[in-house]
Design a binder for this molecule. Structure first.
Ligand code: ATP
Ligand code: MG
Ligand code: FE
Length: 331
């Protein structure tokens, strides 16, 4: 089964062709980072217009690199939510139009389920049950994946998402946008033990809180302007990663999971990737760490999820609307 998927939920215009949910024939991602950087964040109006310009060339390139064409596809899919409504509309409208023109079924995909599936795409034999740490720009969830496609929510952030904390702290430190990669880079020259920032909700359940940490960073820097940016960035990153990994490891032990999987843009963080592998090795768990390109927004993960959803639920009606607040179907 050959799937063409389109991803336009935020500020990357992406298209991919994936066979049987695992063989990636092409994956094209056109980032709008340069367009938004001067505003210090994603501007929804700008993103929607840019998707409109970029979508057709990105889809054509994905088909060309895959060595395929519309008539050879079995499914046309698109992210249908959550995300920016103007951006989602561009991708879903285009996918529906292609589906209609080529006479193929359309499948609307939940973007977060896409992030969840990224590890599966690269490692179809992932041992289940697994605890999935889903950490992105807008979400932070600890999920138990019991069977392929069955998710139970163990905990989530009660305030800021992990990626949001990276972006806000980076902005405050003058490191620019997007913040996660900037902090990751600068922190390499810093001491993660320089400042003991708070670990929110560390010992309480599986929920997360990052807004107190962000405030601590701001207050600390105002009080100690002499401390270097690299040390502050490294200490902040350490506090985030420490909580994420300790909670995921505790959850895995509590529920008897066989492994820990990470997904979402923050899963591209070098320290998080290392720590998850170390913690899994120490606790006899399997670590599922997708490649960096599979962690940040891409359409291959959407295509893999679409293949899976198509097998379980069949096509999505063409009148299904893009939903900026679409929730993940949890058990
Ligand atoms: P969502 O998936 O919740 O709808 P999104 O699609 O905007 O939000 P992603 O593209 O999955 O989010 O991830 C982007 C986030 O990941 C940003 O907050 C970014 O700062 C963060 N990020 C990317 N690379 C890194 C990194 N190396 N270290 C830490 N954070 C990172
Ligand atoms: Mg993005
Ligand atoms: Fe995302």
């Amino acid at each position: 089964v050959r799937v063409l998927a389109i991803e336009t939920s935020c500020d990357e215009t992406a298209a991919a062709v994936v066979d049987d949910g695992r063989h990636v024939r092409s994956s094209v991602v056109s980032s709008q980072v340069d367009l938004h950087a001067r505003f210090g964040g994603v501007v929804p109006e700008v993103a929607g217009r840019a998707h409109l310009d970029l979508l057709t060339p990105v889809v054509e390139e994905a088909l060309e690199r895959a060595g395929t064409s519309g008539p050879e596809l079995d499914v046309v899919a698109a992210t249908i939510g959550p995300g920016l409504i103007g951006s989602l509309l561009v991708g879903t409208a285009a996918a529906k139009a292609y589906a209609l023109a080529w006479g193929k079924p359309f499948v609307g995909v939940n973007h977060m389920e896409g992030h969840l599936h990224a590890a599966f795409l690269e490692d179809p034999d992932m041992a289940l049950p697994a605890v999935v740490l889903l950490v992105s720009g807008g979400h932070t969830m600890l999920i138990l994946m019991t069977r392929d496609g069955r998710y139970r929510l163990l905990g989530q952030t009660i305030d800021d998402a992990a990626g949001e904390a990276f972006d806000k702290v980076a902005r405050f430190l003058g490191l620019g946008y997007p913040g996660g990669p900037a902090i990751d880079r600068v922190a390499r020259d810093g001491d993660p033990a320089a400042v003991a920032f708070p670990r929110g909700l560390l010992h309480e359940g599986y929920d997360f809180s990052f807004s107190g940490l962000k405030t601590s960073v701001v207050n600390y820097v105002k009080k100690h302007p002499e401390v270097g940016v690299a040390d502050v960035a490294a200490s902040f990153q350490e506090a985030v990663v420490d909580v994420l990994v300790r909670k995921a490891t505790r959850a895995a032990a509590d529920v008897g999971a066989r492994g820990i999987c990470i997904g979402g843009g923050v899963a591209a963080n070098s320290v998080l990737r290392e720590r998850v592998q170390e913690a899994c090795a120490a606790h006899g768990l399997a670590a599922f760490v997708p490649s960096r390109a599979m962690c940040t927004d891409n359409a291959a993960m959407v295509a893999a999820t679409a293949w899976h959803r198509f097998r379980l639920d069949g096509p999505t009606p063409l009148d299904a609307a893009a939903d900026p607040n679409l929730r993940l179907a949890l058990e």
